[in-house]
Design a protein around this ligand. Sequence first.
Ligand SMILES: *Cc1c(COP(=O)(O)O)cnc(C)c1O
Length: 355
Amino acid sequence: MKHNFGAGPGILPHEVLKQAAAAVVDFNGTGLSLLEISHRSPEFEAVLAEALKLVKELFSVPDGYSILFLQGGASTQFALAPYNLLPEGGKAAYLETGVWASKAIKEAKFFGDVQIVASSKESNFTFIPKDFEIPADAAYLHFTSNNTIYGTQVQKFFPSPVPLVCDMSSDIFSRKVNVADFGLIYAGAQKNMGPAGVTLVIVKDELLGKTNRKIPSMFNYQTQIDGGSMYNTPPVFAIYVSMLTLNWLKAKGGVEAIEKENATKARVLYEEIDRNPFFKGVAATEDRSHMNVCFVAENPDHQKPFLQLCDEKGIVGIKGHRSVGGFRASIYNALSINSVYVLIDAMREFAEKNK
Ligand SMILES: *Cc1c(COP(=O)(O)O)cnc(C)c1O
């Protein structure tokens, strides 16, 4: 078994992978593969209904919100959010905390005025800007809750005079969120919720239909809501594996229980980074992510040998993003604390060997 610290697609629970593998051959004793049954069959409709129910339950999604499973990844939502929520001639506010936020800004500019309320670009996104004003005449404020590449995370959500639109791709279901504080939440599944190929969208119904813009059917949240995420053929396998993963999370005690576990995993790892003279953290301490832990070797010559030691220990996916360098340990929901201790032991062994 490997210790999978990859940033995405990320680790999935082993028992989920086994169940998914079995369903590919014979889905629930039907004698058919999950991949060759109609998406309109009662069997698949039950899967979709269960997945929607789990999202609603685990995330306490209140009434007045629709839950969708769409395709095209979070990157498609960069465009669909303004397409559906930014009125013709209107303005949207954006917080720039990383490359994903910048890409969302780029797409929003196709649809209207974009006001960047604050940016940490000058410091290579090592922190989350805090004291900024949100224009009251904006259609919404868009931000990224967890910056996968830089290891920063919004620890306290902003009180806002306008609806909040949030890209939660890399920390969805990792902690409790008050959905009622948001107008739109979206997340590509492949970091913390399931496999690549499906994107979760949670949208407040009353915000829709106000743009005065014609929106093609597939890009219109309302069409997708009316079609129950089945306006066209949905990504059946990705939805199925997400459903299994959410069931696994529920059995573990849900979001509250995993939030505690994630906090412990992050704490012990950051403690080692701060204690061990061979390594140092990258992100501002108060903004440190509980999902992606970014750190570098104090001595750049130690980069390669540490990666080699990790390789020997079965630690994979730990090389940092090219724009940050160093190391990034992604400690998503499915990564056990035992794997975190294996990494910590490797860091200690490395320090011992090189002192
Ligand atoms: C990975 C990631 C994306 C891109 O997701 P795709 O599904 O590949 O489009 C967007 N935002 C964040 C925060 C991410 O971590």
